[in-house]
Ligand binder design. Structure first.
Ligand code: NAD
Ligand code: UFG
Length: 337
């Protein structure tokens, strides 16, 4: 199929692009490189031994989208593009709504204009907010606790209405839990532009010597060891879920929200120890105050993904830590080395 990847140069986009190319799909990446490096795309090209199109531009630019859709005539869009820093979204909510929500509306309008009926959207477990029960299933109430999370919820609702208004349209809303890890080649991986907000890139930068120690946010949660528990999902498994979603959406109409996780929680301390084993390095750490807005425990019900997509996670925590360390140790300064 011809697949347009918005934000395809980013962390999850680049891993998905590689898998799409290896399965023989045609791809075009539209990215404004606000949080990624064109070098990631060069590396994907080498790894895949296959070519694809790249256009620099924003999903907020209707004219640019018009050109891209007219030239490439995509059959499906995987929509990764967006801003994702929770803290920044509290400081600049309007910027987040403009980029994420308005950008998605502009994209959906271009799809309709050019008769592209299939959408796979990068949503997030953050749409659930505080757990009314666990595991989170797709019927759990949706109450995000910050502007970033609300952009994801609003976009989900807009896509749902878009799909309902167009009988031919198909949309899959993938609610990712905590994506981590890297391609086993060590050539592509997560490369945060500033000090990482997320646990695994932070640990990796401590292990490689770029940061002095890890602050563990909270040691008194109601979990096995008092530290926060999350459902970490290997980015290669997540990439495979996108291929399954593209294939599912091809033969369906309507809109489905689907959790993408492993179904198991891991605490911060468990992850830290697994990373120390994988890297052979000590990760200095101290327990500090809880981070505002963090939940104690988050993990997915994965039944719907198995049933509808025929997909389930195959990689474990050790694979996640080994591949992260392989990427970080080969690229201590990310793509800009
Ligand atoms: P990323 O920042 O690495 O990738 C996003 C890409 O989109 C970047 O290449 C960036 O340059 C591009 N981009 C941003 N705004 C754009 C715009 N207006 N026009 C064109 N390109 C634009 O992030 P990621 O981790 O790969 O996440 C991909 C998607 O998945 C995002 O929508 C994110 O919100 C969502 N998500 C990520 C996580 C996570 O923990 N990584 C969890 C849940 C959901
Ligand atoms: N943590 C630390 N120290 C750090 C960073 C994180 O102790 O320096 C802890 C957090 O308190 C939490 C766990 O590690 O218990 C995971 O934190 P992350 O920031 O890596 O991930 P979150 O679960 O908070 O949030 C992530 C993404 C969101 C997304 C959410 C659900 O950042 O965008 O997963 O998908 F919405």
């Amino acid at each position: 199929m011809r697949v347009l990847l918005t934000g395809g140069a980013g962390y999850i986009g680049s891993h998905t692009l590689l898998k799409l190319l290896r399965q023989g799909h045609e791809a075009l990446v539209l990215d404004n490189f606000s949080n990624s490096s064109p070098r990631a795309l060069g590396r994907v090209k080498q790894l895949a031994q296959a070519d694809f199109e790249v256009r620099e531009g924003s999903i907020c630019d209707a004219e640019r989208l018009d050109q891209v859709f007219a030239e490439f005539r995509p059959e499906a869009v995987i929509h990764f593009a967006g801003l994702k820093a929770v803290g920044e979204s509290n400081e600049k909510p309007l910027h987040y709504y403009a980029q994420n929500v308005s950008g998605s509306i502009t994209l959906l309008a271009a799809m309709q204009k050019h008769d592209c009926r299939q959408m796979v959207f990068s949503s997030s477990a953050t749409v659930y907010g505080d757990a009314a029960y666990l595991p989170y299933d797709e019927a759990h109430p949706l109450q995000p606790t910050n502007p970033y999370g609300r952009t994801k919820l609003f976009i989900e609702e807009i896509i749902r209405d878009w799909a309902a208004s167009w009988p031919d349209a198909s949309a899959v809303l993938l609610r990712y839990f905590n994506p981590v890890g890297a391609d086993p080649s060590g050539q592509i991986g997560e490369d945060p532009q500033a000090i990482p907000n997320n646990l695994v890139p932070y640990i990796a930068q401590v292990a490689v010597g770029r940061l002095p120690f890890l602050s563990i946010f909270g040691g008194d949660y109601d979990t096995r060891d008092g530290t926060g528990e999350r459902d970490y999902i290997h980015v290669e498994d997540l990439a495979a879920a996108h291929l399954a979603a593209v294939s599912f959406g091809h033969s369906q109409t309507g809109c489905e929200a689907i959790n993408i996780g492993t179904g198991h929680g891991t605490t911060v301390l468990e992850l830290l120890r697994a990373f120390e084993r994988a890297s052979g390095r000590k990760v200095p750490h101290k327990i500090v105050a809880e981070r505002a807005g963090d939940v104690a425990r988050s993990f997915a019900s994965v039944t719907k993904a198995r049933t509808l997509l025929g997909w389930q996670a195959e990689r474990n925590l050790d694979d996640m830590c080994h591949s992260t360390w392989n990427w970080q140790s080969r690229n201590p300064d990310g793509y800009d080395a």
